[in-house]
Design a protein around this ligand. Structure first.
Ligand code: R5P
Length: 236
């Protein structure tokens, strides 16, 4: 069973959580985009919702799907955010930002009463860190910030290479906010809370991809006898 089929199954289950009148955070990435497309079908059938996109890519997908959009400034209190993740552990702690949208995703998740994560089972881990941790930094002072980030990583008991993310054309990847991403290949993050605290204390770090205490539930799609089977974690 392909990852895409599992992602679609998780996204389809999440669409069932949406109720008429909800104010929604719309996540970013391939799984969240499937959710946006499926939500669009319900909107076209008469469902009334309004969404806050977490990236310019999701804004375009939501507009194409016919989902009415608003901004977090106009609608700062959201009912539910549905988003993907790069990793999820048993405590619903996440690594996000593989697509570079972590900053807006975290702001939107923090403004939501509930955040339900949609993933295929390959994203489940016992210990976060196999997926490189994205750390969003301002371009000014990149070398100094990178050194300080490396020290912060060591102080939290982690180790591994840091690399400035590149786009397909080989130039530095820029986020929607005009920032750079450092990807930290840590393999294992024994204390995500300690690492998160150390990273946000570094001047020049805008945000990191550890989502701690934000997800209230998860919808995980796994393959069972060639069919997708849904497992829910937390309140989902
Ligand atoms: O910046 C990107 C987001 O955090 C995504 O939600 C995450 O990378 C998962 O994306 P996908 O559903 O494509 O695996």
């Amino acid at each position: 069973m392909s990852p895409a089929a599992l992602k679609r199954a998780a996204a389809a289950r999440a669409v069932g959580l949406v109720e008429d009148g909800m104010r929604l955070g719309l996540g970013t990435g391939s799984t969240a985009t499937l959710f946006v497309e499926l939500l669009g079908e319900r909107v076209r059938a008469g469902l009334s919702v309004v969404g806050v996109p977490t990236s310019e890519a999701t804004r375009r997908a939501a507009e194409a799907a016919g989902i009415p959009l608003t901004t977090l400034d106009d609608t700062p209190d959201l009912d539910l955010t549905i988003d993907g993740a790069d990793e999820i552990d048993p405590q619903l702690r996440l690594i996000k930002g593989g697509g570079g949208a972590l900053l807006r995703e975290k702001i939107v998740a923090a403004a939501s009463r509930r955040m339900v994560v949609i993933v295929d089972a390959a994203k489940r881990v016992e210990t976060l860190g196999r997926f490189p941790l994205p750390i969003e930094v301002v371009p000014f002072g990149l070398v100094a910030t990178t050194l300080a980030v490396a020290a912060a990583i060591r102080s939290a008991g982690c180790a591994g290479p840091l690399a400035v993310r590149k786009g397909a054309d080989g130039t530095p990847f820029l986020t929607d906010g005009g920032h750079l991403i450092l990807d930290a290949g840590l393999s294992r993050i024994p204390d995500p809370e300690a690492l998160g605290r150390a990273l946000v204390a570094v001047p020049g770090v805008v945000e990191h991809g550890l989502f701690l205490g934000l997800a209230t539930g998860a919808i995980v799609a796994e393959a069972a006898d060639g069919q997708p089977r849904i497992v829910t974690l937390g309140a989902a």
